[in-house]
Design a protein around this ligand. Structure first.
Ligand code: ATP
Length: 301
């Protein structure tokens, strides 16, 4: 099997349990992400999503296992991997524009100052920030605007991989919807590879090419990789009318409501890969029996 652009190989994370022993967050987790893919990861609180993201970012080392990007082992943070956290993490003493140019100038040291500003301004505009707003400091911006700056900053650096850790978690539903649309727009313009943590099933279906489902911890597993068989461009109001929408949604709800617990705390094999799940009602002829078994094709990955 050809190696993926991002290859997570037999990742194990154990932590001290506070009683002299240790507990295993996940063991031998293995999966891949292809170049240009948008992958979301869903799972209950504490299953290890942020731990995986921190390892992918190079911010922490796993107990064992490796992550390879473009064939090279990830170790330590790098401008090749951009991270957007829920809490914005902007530099408070710099304006929105300077928060973006700061990273762009470091990423592209050969660029002129004018080019850095043009590039950064263009990315801020992609997320709806123009005019006076880009010269304000984070404390003078709303939460939604700050998160737009974070997203613009991350994309403007053109990292090979963008890691988004619940980037919309702190936003109200309306702002969240607008910024999700902007995120899709920037992503489709740039063809970045994105790995995103979310707790929101509908957000994941709207944004992702594929959703990874984690069982509950300890000993969590990335149990399934669910393909989102809904064509792009997707629109939040029309997507719900697609025949696959509720079939996929019900599958995810069922996993998180039941199977994530049923499958939890199981010892895992040496190479613990998710099962590929493809749900597509559109390739059924009219009059076919819409039994889940006939539309749900699970293939060992
Ligand atoms: N540095 C650490 N030391 C000890 N235990 C840790 C450490 N970091 C995380 N954990 C534990 O590892 C497990 C996984 O944590 P993690 O934050 O990755 O989960 P998560 O799926 O991202 O949760 P949430 O959705 O609530 O953010 C939890 O039980 C957590 O308490």
């Amino acid at each position: 099997m050809a190696k993926s652009f991002l290859s997570i190989e037999q990742l194990t994370q154990r932590y001290p349990d506070g009683k002299g022993g240790e507990f295993t967050v996940f063991e031998n987790a293995s999966f891949g992400v292809e170049k240009g893919e948008f992958v979301c990861i869903l799972g209950h609180s504490g299953c290890g999503k942020s731990t995986i993201m921190n390892i992918l970012a190079g911010l922490s080392d796993p107990t064992s296992g490796v992550v390879k990007m473009d064939g090279f082992e990830v170790s330590g943070p790098s401008l090749d991997r951009g991270v957007v956290f829920q809490n914005y993490s902007l530099l408070p003493w710099l304006t929105a524009l300077k928060n973006v140019t700061f990273g762009v100038a470091a990423r592209f040291p050969q660029w002129t100052k004018v080019k850095v500003i043009e590039h950064s301004t263009a990315f801020l505009a992609k997320v709806g920030l123009t005019g006076d707003a880009i010269h304000r400091k984070p404390s003078q911006l709303s939460g939604g605007m700050r998160q737009r700056v974070s997203i613009a900053r991350a994309f403007a650096n053109e990292p090979k991989l963008l890691l988004l850790d619940e980037p919309f978690g702190a936003l109200d539903a309306l702002t969240r919807g607008t910024i999700q649309d902007e995120l899709i727009k920037v992503w489709s313009d740039t063809d970045q590879t994105v790995f995103m943590i979310t707790h929101d099933i509908d957000e994941a279906i709207l944004l992702a090419d594929r959703i990874l489902l984690m069982t509950n911890g300890p000993m969590a597993q990335v149990a399934e990789s669910v393909e989102i068989t809904i064509p792009r461009p997707r629109n939040r109001t029309q997507i719900v009318e697609h025949p696959n929408y509720y079939a996929i949604r019900n599958h995810l709800v069922q996993f998180l409501g039941q199977r994530s617990a049923d499958l939890s705390d199981q010892t895992s094999g040496a190479n613990n890969r998710p099962v590929d799940v493809r749900i597509d009602l559109t390739d059924m002829a009219e009059g076919d029996d819409p039994e889940p078994a006939s539309v749900l094709r699970a293939v060992e990955g």
